[in-house]
Design a protein around this ligand. Structure first.
Ligand code: P6P
Length: 349
């Protein structure tokens, strides 16, 4: 994909040499959207701003007295870390102020939040996991934010309804994540490839650092919580056994317990992430709307694949905001290897 920079086409190397900021990239690619009204540009810009604010707190969590649990629980009776609450409030505040968003569904909120005048004016709805992997905060392991943007279904001027949020993953307009790691990155797709931006804290700007991100067709990493295997479907057991047998090919297990971090490493180096259904959690653990679907959209745009137990996950009709799903995502050859295990074993729902 050529880069348009101030109206000039250039290749990846030239684009890299010109230190394109996130803002410039958003403006340069705005023209891709039919009926562009600037609301999506504003929304993407707002996400960048919220990311910088959350990043600042994440980087100083141990100093700012915001490590540890907040003492409250989220809608899933999971104890909320102080940074979970901070991240949720920050994205809510910034996105609501931007007036492009009609409503927000968040892992930290039981129901979706209506923005502005009861959600009558914004063109978009956002699904978000404000801080994924937050159990890693206190031990200084990378964590992330995952977001998904849909066009509203109900006409402008009318209040939002469930149908605006319970859309299939193929309806996503934008999907992305922020990785608060050794460096802070924002990676997103608008349906024309995947691009990664690295925050330069010295100037407070995200710069295009990873243009055209693509999954290697094969990888040497499999990411799964080994403790789940005994309770996982036979196909998963067979696949992992196969990974272990091919240690001669240098396959290795890497599992950080932070989905965004495991996904990002596999996107760059090649690999597969698996969070299976189990006998205890037949529906899996991860959330369809704000963990699986956004990363599945990114994976497909980067030439990878993403599935649940029955195959294609992006066409699955969600039934409620916090629906869970088994999730397998990564390099095409590794997902196809998993598929062959499902074919040889009876699929479990
Ligand atoms: P487990 C974090 O809670 C998360 O949602 C993902 O970031 C991570 O990959 C997974 O759950 C870890 O879950 O059950 O292996 O601790």
């Amino acid at each position: 994909m050529p880069y348009i920079r101030f109206g000039f086409e250039m290749n990846k190397t030239e684009a890299m040499s010109k230190a394109i900021t996130l803002q410039e990239f958003i403006m340069d690619t705005q023209a891709e959207f039919p009926f562009v009204s600037g609301q999506l540009t504003r929304l993407l810009t707002d996400i960048g701003v919220a990311a910088k604010i959350v990043n600042h707190q994440v980087n100083r969590a141990g100093l700012a007295g915001i490590l540890g649990e907040s003492g409250s629980q989220n809608t899933h009776n999971e104890s909320q870390q102080k940074l979970d609450v901070f991240a949720d409030r920050t994205f809510m505040r910034i996105l609501t102020a931007g007036k492009s968003v009609a409503g927000i569904g968040s892992e930290e909120q039981e129901n979706y939040i209506l923005c502005g005048d009861q959600g009558r004016s914004g063109k978009y709805v956002v699904m978000i996991d404000p801080l994924d992997g937050s159990s890693n905060i206190d031990v200084n392991v990378s964590i992330g934010t995952i977001f998904s943007i849909y066009r509203r279904v109900t006409p402008l001027g009318e209040p939002l309804s469930d149908q605006d949020f319970l859309q299939v993953g193929t309806e996503q307009v934008v999907a992305g994540y922020i990785l608060y790691g050794s460096s802070t990155m924002l990676v997103y797709t608008t349906g024309s490839g995947v691009n990664g931006f690295t925050l330069d804290p010295a100037v407070g700007e995200f710069f295009l650092s990873h243009p055209d991100m693509t999954f290697p067709e094969s990888g040497t990493v499999y990411s799964i919580n080994d403790a789940l295997l005994d309770a996982a479907p036979q196909a998963i057991k067979q696949f992992i056994a196969g990974c272990r047998e091919t240690k001669g090919l240098g396959l290795k297990g890497r599992y950080i317990g932070s989905l965004v971090t495991d996904f990002h490493r596999n996107l760059i180096k090649g690999g597969i992430y698996l969070y299976p259904s189990t006998t205890r959690h037949p529906e899996g653990k991860l959330r369809l709307m704000y963990e699986c679907n956004p990363l599945a959209f990114i994976a497909l745009q980067a030439g990878g694949l993403a599935e649940d137990n029955t195959g294609e996950i992006l066409t699955r009709q969600p039934s409620h905001l916090h629906e869970r799903s088994p999730f397998y995502v990564g390099s095409v050859n590794m997902i196809q290897g998993l598929r062959s295990c499902w074919i040889s074993k009876e699929k479990t729902s």
